[in-house]
Design a binder for this molecule. Structure first.
Ligand code: GLA
Length: 581
């Protein structure tokens, strides 16, 4: 069997120096029918390795589950990498960051506030161990010393940016070895002396994450690890986008020059990302360094292979750089073709406020519960109470996580946003129903806010008097595509569900233009593509070809705000929004 190890100056594959030229490709962000295509394009660019995180909360949406089917079939993904003649790196976290909801940690784990986050705490560790065992059941047989593609397994992720609990890291390493992982173990940290010291242990090979100033960063890494191969485990060749900000791009020539410097130094590299893919469904994370900033649906990342799997200028520039050091395949992927265009009308509006009791019943509480007190934890919920005000008043919330629209007697009063630190709103005079529609826009994936609860935190008051009796209705999102109009006339403003059908000549990738819509979510043939939001920068949603059929495609939109025009429109190219320049 082949052998892979950490040598004095290089990685050694069967005793010979081996430079890892890897690219990140998250199987959980790409339609499984397209995995082979993306892997082949990585090979054509000259990469010899594919790296992936494993997203715990994707595999375990509820406690006691571990789903390995369809788009979560890690075993199949690793097999496909091997079939392409490539190697693999697996980074199972348990925390992965990755601009992914809660950095990959399942929200249900922190329902009990006693459970520690990324530290040596028995309840947290018990859950982590169970998770890692399930992942390693899949990974162990794919290791290189068993004839598979896996060269390296990473422990935690940039732990030095979060904590310095060495007992915790040692415990993770122990679980990994106990589960049968025999390949070298790595850690990754941002290359500062503090983080490199805090984020690793002797016996784990230290690597760094950065996107520029390669030579200087490698020198810092070397200062903290006198021997062994140098590796940039995340060479940031692009960046991610927040709603309401600009679309990030990185200059191709600069990125290529930094990659060149890395390869010239003999360092190993993992491009973060080779192909970013999509935060399908409601899987995006968020940042919060004082202002909450949720991530958009696209994870294009300005990566060499774009969100739709098409080669970019960066792809060809990187291929040229790699070709200076290693032989690259002769063939290259075809240039992108324009996607089919068409426009159809949305119809059959069903107003959510008229309909929720049709698929779920209200639950009563003697306080205002957070989302995390409910089971399963919802992403969108209606909260209802009664007010009796003979004059206008002020409704105040403890904290909004992350967006709340307030209705009095069925009329929309206004929307409060976490990122604006909104907490209060004026109510008109009413002796009636107060309804609040609350949306979780994605859990923070980096920093001390990982694991925090969602919904309304700290209850609500009217003119300082607590509102204690509440009915709660978690919106069952999977039921939305099946919601049919019941003959009640409905006006097409939000929250409203509308639908359209369309045919295409030939199933292909599509780009859904959401410029005429407000804010909401959209399903194609029952699959939740993700969120859209007029504030951008993202304007089109990527629809992978394998979701599209020739006849009878069904689009269902949940519009939470107001549409300019109730139409579905597909355009030829992606529109990810304005850039900074
Ligand atoms: C860090 C994390 C990654 C990702 C990048 C930014 O390096 O380790 O998961 O969040 O930042 O894209």
């Amino acid at each position: 069997m082949p052998e892979f190890r950490v040598g004095e100056t290089d990685f050694l594959l069967d005793g010979r120096p081996f430079q890892i030229i890897s690219g990140a490709l998250h199987y959980f962000r790409v339609h499984p029918d397209l995995w082979a295509d993306r892997i082949e394009k990585a090979r054509q660019m000259g990469l010899n390795t594919i790296e992936t995180y494993v997203a715990w909360n994707a595999h375990s949406p509820t406690p006691g589950t571990f789903d390995l089917s369809g788009g979560l079939d890690l075993d199949r993904f690793l097999r496909m990498i091997a079939e392409a003649g490539m190697y693999a790196i697996v980074r199972p976290g348990p925390y992965i960051c990755a601009e992914w909801d809660n950095g990959g940690l399942p929200a249900w784990l922190f329902r009990d506030p006693q459970v520690g986050v990324r530290q040596y705490e028995p309840r947290y560790l018990a859950a982590v161990r169970e998770y890692l065992n399930q992942v390693f059941d899949v990974v162990v047989p794919h290791q290189i010393d068993r004839g598979g593609p896996v060269l390296l397994v990473q422990v935690e992720n940039e732990y030095g940016a979060f904590g310095d609990d060495k007992r915790y890291l040692a415990e993770l390493a122990r679980y990994t070895r106990d589960a049968g992982i025999t390949v070298p173990l790595t850690t990754v940290d941002q290359p500062t002396p503090e983080m490199l010291a805090a984020g690793s242990l002797d016996g784990l090979h230290r690597t760094a994450s950065f996107g520029s100033r390669s030579t200087e960063r490698l020198a810092t890494l070397r200062a903290h690890q006198p021997t062994g191969p140098l590796m940039c485990s995340e060479f940031w060749d692009g960046w991610f986008d927040h709603w309401g900000a600009h679309h990030h791009t990185t200059p191709v020539e600069e990125s290529a020059a930094d990659l060149d410097a890395l390869l010239a130094a003999g360092a190993s590299v993992n491009l973060y990302m080779f192909h970013g893919g999509t935060n399908f469904g409601l899987t995006n994370g968020a940042n919060d360094k004082g202002v909450y900033q949720p991530l958009v649906t696209s994870y294009d990342y300005d990566a060499p292979l774009d969100e739709a799997g098409n080669p970019t200028r960066k792809y060809h520039a990187f291929r040229e750089v790699i070709a200076r050091y290693h032989k690259v395949p002769d063939s290259v992927p075809l240039p992108p073709q324009p996607a089919p265009t068409l426009t159809v009308e949305l119809r059959d509006p069903v107003r959510l406020l008229d309909a929720p009791q049709r698929w779920k019943s209200w639950q009563s509480y003697d306080h205002l519960p957070t989302f995390d007190e409910l089971s399963p934890i919802p992403r969108l919920a209606l909260l209802r109470t009664r007010i009796d005000g003979d004059r206008p008043s002020v409704l105040t919330f403890g904290e909004i996580r992350d967006r709340a629209t307030v209705f009095v007697d069925g009329n929309q009063i206004g929307t409060l946003l976490r990122e604006h630190h909104d907490r209060a709103i004026a109510l008109p005079r009413s002796n009636g129903e107060l309804l609040v529609l609350v949306e979780d826009l994605g859990r923070v994936d980096y920093g001390p806010r990982i694991g925090e609860p969602k919904g309304i935190i700290g209850g609500a008051t009217v003119d300082g008097m607590p509102l204690s009796t509440w009915d709660v209705l978690p919106i069952e999102l999977t039921a939305i595509p099946d919601l049919r109009p019941d003959g009640t006339p409905a006006t097409p403003f939000g929250p409203v569900v509308m639908r359209a059908e369309f045919d295409v000549d030939q199933p292909a990738d599509l780009f859904l233009d959401t410029a005429e819509w407000g804010k909401g979510m959209v399903w194609l043939n029952g699959f939740l593509l993700g969120r859209y939001w007029r504030r951008g920068p993202q304007r089109t949603l990527y629809v992978p070809g394998p979701l599209v059929r020739a006849h009878g495609n069904e689009i269902v939109v949940l519009e939470l705000d107001t549409m300019l025009s109730p139409e579905v429109s597909f355009v030829p190219h992606p529109l990810l929004g304005h850039t900074e320049a």
